[in-house]
Design a protein around this ligand. Structure first.
Ligand code: TYD
Length: 206
């Protein structure tokens, strides 16, 4: 069996975790051994970088350092988890991947998508997702959902304008690469979203 990489993307509060759990179950029914991971994080080193990035104490972090820390966390995850799992024919589900950097750092922080890709080229070692699910949700709704959960992290504390740029950024990116990135309305029911994800997945498994 050929390994596959599926990334789940979307603005904060889009409901990625719920869908990821359902997707993992589905892939296992299909006979895939699946690996679930998240960005930034997923390895001991990457989780340490995650804490550094999201810490509310680090408000002075510049956008370039932020971009490179996300890329460093990703590089370690690819090296330690994603690449070996794909080589073993597993299905890897990643909660955020390179598109998060393209949108948050490239578009919302205005570094530019091309610069983000240049920096990340080395981190991902040519490993692009076979399928990316983009859960689309307006910024106000996403942040409202987040506020009902835990204490907001450094990124979630950003302005509403920033979060709106993230939402728009994902829509722009999905239009640029419609073959790989599939957009689903995150206000649909959990079941409806899962069904759409299954449909897209079936197409790439053929
Ligand atoms: P995460 O904990 O997955 O947030 P959520 O639960 O909302 O999905 O991600 C942490 C934050 O980091 C989130 O606000 C998105 C941001 N982020 C970037 O800015 N660039 C990146 O490359 C990645 C992977 C995440």
């Amino acid at each position: 069996m050929r390994g596959i990489l599926i990334s789940i993307e979307g603005p904060d509060g889009a409901g990625k975790s719920t869908q990821i759990a359902l997707l993992k179950e589905y892939l296992e029914q299909k006979g895939y051994e699946s690996v679930l991971t998240r960005e930034p994080g997923g390895t001991k080193i990457s989780e340490k970088i995650r804490n550094l990035i999201l810490d509310r104490e680090n408000m002075e972090m510049g956008r370039e350092a932020e971009m490179m820390l996300y890329a460093a966390a990703r590089a370690q995850l690819v090296h330690e988890v994603i690449k070996p799992a794909l080589e073993m024919g597993k299905a890897v589900i990643c909660d955020r991947y390179i598109d998060s950097s393209a949108v948050y750092q490239g578009i919302a922080r205005e570094i530019g998508i091309e610069t983000v890709y240049q920096i990340n080229e080395c981190a991902i070692q040519g490993i692009w997702p076979d399928l990316t699910i983009h859960l689309d949700l307006d910024a106000e709704e996403g942040i409202k959902r987040k506020k009902n959960q835990a204490e907001l992290d450094r990124m979630e504390l950003e302005t509403m304008e920033f979060h709106k740029n993230v939402v728009q950024g994902y829509r722009t990116l999905a239009k640029r690469d419609p073959k790989r990135i599939k957009t689903i309305d995150a206000t649909l029911s959990i079941e409806e979203i899962h069904d759409q994800i299954k449909e897209y997945l079936e197409k790439i498994l053929q």
